[in-house]
Design a protein around this ligand. Sequence first.
Ligand SMILES: *[C@@H]1O[C@H](CO)[C@@H](O)[C@H](O)[C@H]1NC(C)=O
Ligand SMILES: *[C@@H]1O[C@H](CO)[C@@H](O)[C@H](O)[C@H]1NC(C)=O
Ligand SMILES: *[C@@H]1O[C@H](CO)[C@@H](O)[C@H](O)[C@H]1NC(C)=O
Length: 219
Amino acid sequence: MAPPSGCSLLVIGALGVFALDCFARAQKNSTLIFTKENTIRKCSCSADIRDCDYSLANLMCSCKTVLPFAVEQTSYNDHLTIWFTDTSALGLLLNFTLVRDLKLSLCSTNVLPTEYLAICGLKRLRISTEAKHPSPEQSLLIHDGGERESREKPVLLHQGWQTCMYISFLDMALFNRESSLKSYSIANSASMASNFPYFSYFKTFPILSNKSYVVTFIY
Ligand SMILES: *[C@@H]1O[C@H](CO)[C@@H](O)[C@H](O)[C@H]1NC(C)=O
Ligand SMILES: *[C@@H]1O[C@H](CO)[C@@H](O)[C@H](O)[C@H]1NC(C)=O
Ligand SMILES: *[C@@H]1O[C@H](CO)[C@@H](O)[C@H](O)[C@H]1NC(C)=O
């Protein structure tokens, strides 16, 4: 016996509302920051913009120019995309910030020196070097946090790093290479000095004490 059609309509109706609700939530804007000729533009975009297409971003997103020293935001909870041309601008924007989902696109052919960028709480990193050598975007899943992550509160620049449990160091020179992204993690940084010969370099970072962090090197 077929169910009364009014009932199935109701079910379809409820599913429709559910689907619409999901759709509305998926429509959340993402943040795009780009640097070009000493200007920093911060945009809120509802659509994905092709990498390094500055004019399209200005057209499609809601963008404003920010002063270099006014960008000291310390955490980004959604996807963050940054188009950059050199390490100094990127360091200014990202060094010692909390970012969970990050995409970095190098929009120049500049050779980047080995210099490390420290990021707290990074879960997923995507990189693109389209302007330098055409290769598909690469993606790296660093950790999937689980419940530990909920303790990772937005941090204050530098001094808030005591609360950061996942620290990623990105070697900027990785953008020069055509090889694939690699990473390795050390779960207990307290024993790093003996386990990791280059560790002395990272002691110059103001954040590492003898506390246990999960430290990930991305290169
Ligand atoms: C979302 O992005 C669109 C442009 O893509 C912009 O017009 C709108 O103001 C943004 N919404 C928010 C909440 O930022
Ligand atoms: C990030 O800050 C550290 C410590 O001040 C510095 O050594 C490093 O070069 C900076 N990285 C970038 C990409 O600016
Ligand atoms: C961590 O460092 C503090 C002060 O720098 C020291 O008192 C403490 O003994 C150290 N703990 C370990 C496990 O090394």
